[in-house]
Design a protein around this ligand. Sequence first.
Ligand code: SF4
Length: 253
Amino acid sequence: MTKLKIANLDGRPEIFHSIQGEGKNMGQPSVFIRTSLCNLHCIWCDTDYTWNWEKTRFAHVKDEDPAYKKYQMDKMIISLTLEEIYEEVAKTGCKNIVLTGGEPMMQLQELSALIEFFNSKADDYFFEIETNGTLLPDATFEALIDQYNVSPKLANSNNPKKLREKPAAYEYFSTNEKAVFKFVISSENDLTEVLNICTTYKIPNQKVYLMPEGTNPEALKNKQQWLIEVCKKHQFHYTDRLHVHIYGDKRGV
Ligand code: SF4
């Protein structure tokens, strides 16, 4: 029986009805399904409970906090059947589904089965996936997914370049009509890196969304003006982070 590994939010699977806070579909009411597991280990990751397991050597900014402990993997994953996930989502009546993580593409076959299951119930579901852009989809998944929100990680993530930058995957998404790219920008260095990535992998500027780094409205506001000028100059899209304005860095909302 197909099961998906979902992040555990205080004893229940992290599946929640909210709005898409950023990128192409910003403002769209959506149900978020947060899968567990990630193949990267960003030092500032705010969903570190999907991968920062006990006995791993990965660094995290919270390591400085004496109260911070790595997570017990078996306690942070809830395995759900397709039916169980469907029941949870169907309660909301929402048809825009965001597959997020962690890195959801680590469970590609299970996600394909999930989308097929939903499509057997109704024909107007829209599935978007948030991915770090390091993994390639297979033909089945490609045919099923409606939108890729590709969010490549930069040097500031502390992941080695050979792990975070996968040329074949970047090239694939660069020419894929369903894909848009999102970058979180906190400095000029980040911007230089983004411009290099766009040039190297021929990512059209119209496919690119830049958003300011920050986990509170003040921090976003401080970078807003500068980043909007950057977007005007390069014909990138600017995107806010609505969920930060509304909820701060609270989980499951
Ligand atoms: S890719 Fe995303 S989920 Fe994975 S470690 Fe980085 S920020 Fe966290």
